[in-house]
Design a protein around this ligand. Sequence first.
Ligand code: RIB
Ligand code: CA
Length: 318
Amino acid sequence: MKRIPVLIDCDPGVDDAAALLLANQIPELDIQAVTTVAGNVEVEQTTVNAQKIRSLINGTFPIYRGAEKPMVRTLVTAPEFHGADGLGGVFLEMPQESMPTEKAWDAIYRIAKAYDGELTLITLGPLTNIGIALAKYRELPALLKRIVMMGGAAVGGNVTPAAEFNIYVDPEAADMVFCCGVPVVMCGLDVTMQAYLTPEETEEIGALGSPQARIFREIFQDSMKKCLAWGRKGVALHDPAAVLYAAYPDLFTAEKAGVRVETKGMLTVGKTVTDLYSDQKFEERNAFVLTDVDRAQFLKTIRMILARYGNQSDAAFG
Ligand code: RIB
Ligand code: CA
């Protein structure tokens, strides 16, 4: 199997944590590093959370700490959804270990250079670390194969009616990413809101029995209640969707589009403006926007991946 070298930039965050739990059991993905950024909670906490999850999954990848605030704006966080600790209040042992002093953006460049055009970035949080890396290292775009981004929406928003959280927190960095020339796959709300987990499906995952599967269930308990109270069928697996796309793109439908980010609008700042549904097309059609997912297959794949923690065979999942 040809493995895909990936670097995962994230802001754990309950769905980032779920994404790391999954990525670590996907042999197609060869995790070179995880970098952390301020987003759902402060970067101190997103970094601790990444260390806790790495310990839970016996991960061997290095973690590099990144930006504590967006490139030019003040930080907006989301503890009301992810919990003050960013993990939905679920207790996880904090490993006693030292952190490398290398900054996330320097590690991104160093690893991209080592892979010389073969590295895929999977971004699950605000794009600040990538924006800083692009500003500091002009040759970075030529060293990246593609960027699979959880972020944006062709239609709608979550943190405002026009903007999705990861883009809204640092729209300037996000626009730099869309303009940098690296092919971007935008895994936005158009598809992630379809990739939801119902309470029953969450219980099925917990019943797989491994400590990792049980934690996967636990971390969503709090946010599930909130989503059901909002009238939704379950909790959207935003970040897991981006990770699964990177390994299993056939689960999804993607459409080529031009995408730019509104950085000035009073009401629309952070909106990913796409030409997907417009007669007027952008000159630069710089992205693939995910518009659909086979939800049944998506969930079956998630169950199969998590069952690997309990050494259960993929064959059991057909
Ligand atoms: O809008 C959802 C995204 O914002 C997810 O990545 C979630 O973790 C938050 O970062
Ligand atoms: Ca995230």
